[in-house]
Design a protein. Structure first.
Length: 392
């Protein structure tokens, strides 16, 4: 072979290598762009869900609703934007019935029931998410936000002294130390289990979850756009499932289905490393994004609110004994609302100690926090300053 042929052959090989490198770079760039797009969507969903989480916590720790402080909104199962049930009574899907129907009752019209699964769309009319959040009714993909809640926060007695059929007699910080229930009503214990969050390896992230917000993301197949009541089959059109096979390192094998009406939901990947996972490829397309509220987070918020109410009720000089929690609220006389129910559910938990005329210390059973309430004479508008030491 002549030197000229050798040079020509080398040039051809070099050209082929360059073409191969260009194709490889193009493939890598396309893959990176797809991953970046996925991550951008995940960040949008997570940010949106976090915003809704704060709105939900604000609503549960406020005095706007006529129910027990900390009791949850039941899910929207009739697609009208409203909670289908309040504290004391309502209905949820039945995990022990075909397709989740007929609905299972809770509260004063029922007894504790093991099949109670409270999941549906977020009741946006009740939660009142500020419209400044953008798509206040859905996630950034345009899909409605779904919502699951433990019946521990629904099957709650308005009056612990006369609970009727409602299971949880007292809803206060003591729920942090009470064991999870097994659908049995008993004083001093939770009637139901908490919800469970797992990662895409099947490992438990938290088993003390009070509520879950779910952004279902886009679907591969058409979904039923018109329905009058939620069922398991409707739910499965929105929420995903995945099978984790045996033999995978660091993975718990099994079939996980967010629409299966179990107490456990699985979180889609949220990191860039996971974004290129086969979970985002056919046949899985597993993209359910979750944000949740643990019972610890909920109680922390409720305790702060209850202490604020007490601070509002105190007059200088501070009394030697704690006043009832509803004395100064304008709507308290003759009206049963959250303020009058605060004393019923939280009164016995207080440990109140007067130190001076302008300083009291407060603790609540079930919560490790200590609160110092100090009178501040600020001109014509004195107020009580609250200093908190430690979380619950």
């Amino acid at each position: 072979m002549s030197i000229r042929c050798k040079h020509l052959r080398g040039a051809v090989l070099l050209l082929m290598c360059m073409v191969w490198l260009v194709l490889l770079a193009g493939w890598w760039l396309m893959h990176w762009q797809q991953s970046a797009t996925v991550m951008h969507g995940i960040r949008q969903q997570q940010s949106h869900l976090q915003h809704i989480k704060q709105s939900l916590l604000d609503a549960m720790a406020s005095d706007d609703a006529g129910s027990v402080l900390g009791s949850a909104f039941a899910p929207d199962i009739l697609l009208n934007g409203s909670s289908h049930g309040i504290g004391d009574y309502g209905v949820c899907l039945d995990a022990l019935a075909a397709d989740g129907l007929p609905y299972a009752k809770y509260g004063i019209n029922a007894t504790a029931y093991a099949g109670l699964r409270c999941i549906g769309r977020l009741p946006v009319r009740d939660v009142r998410i500020p419209t400044t959040s953008g798509m206040w009714q859905g996630d950034p993909t345009g899909e409605s936000i779904w919502y699951a809640v433990s019946p521990n926060l629904l099957d709650v007695a308005s009056d612990p002294a006369s609970p009727g059929g409602a299971c949880l007699d007292f809803l206060n910080a003591d729920i942090l130390s009470q064991p999870a229930g097994t659908a049995i009503c008993q004083h001093g214990a939770l009637p139901y289990p908490w919800l469970v969050i797992r990662d895409t390896n099947g490992k438990v992230i938290s088993d003390q979850v009070a509520m879950i917000l779910i952004a279902p993301g886009r679907a591969d197949a058409p979904r039923t756009s018109q329905w009058t009541q939620l069922s398991r089959s409707i739910l499965s059109q929105y929420l995903d499932n995945i099978t984790i096979g045996a033999g995978h390192a660091f993975m718990v094998s099994g079939h996980y289905d967010n629409a299966a009406l179990t107490l456990s939901l699985i979180q889609a990947p949220i990191s860039r490393d996971d974004a290129s996972s086969a979970l985002y490829e056919s046949p899985y397309r597993f993209n359910d994004q979750l944000v949740w509220i643990t019972r610890q987070e909920l109680v922390d918020r409720l305790v702060w609110h209850v202490v604020q109410v007490l601070a509002h009720d105190l007059n200088y000089p501070y009394p030697p004994f704690r006043p009832p929690l509803d004395t100064l609220h304008p709507s308290a006389p003759g009206k049963i609302n959250r303020w009058t129910r605060l004393e019923r559910h939280w009164g016995y938990t207080f440990r109140y100690q007067k130190l001076t005329d302008d300083h009291v210390q407060v603790q609540l059973s079930g919560c490790q926090s200590e609160f110092d309430l100090v009178y501040v004479a600020a001109g014509s508008q004195p107020y009580t300053q609250i200093r908190r030491t430690g979380p619950c």
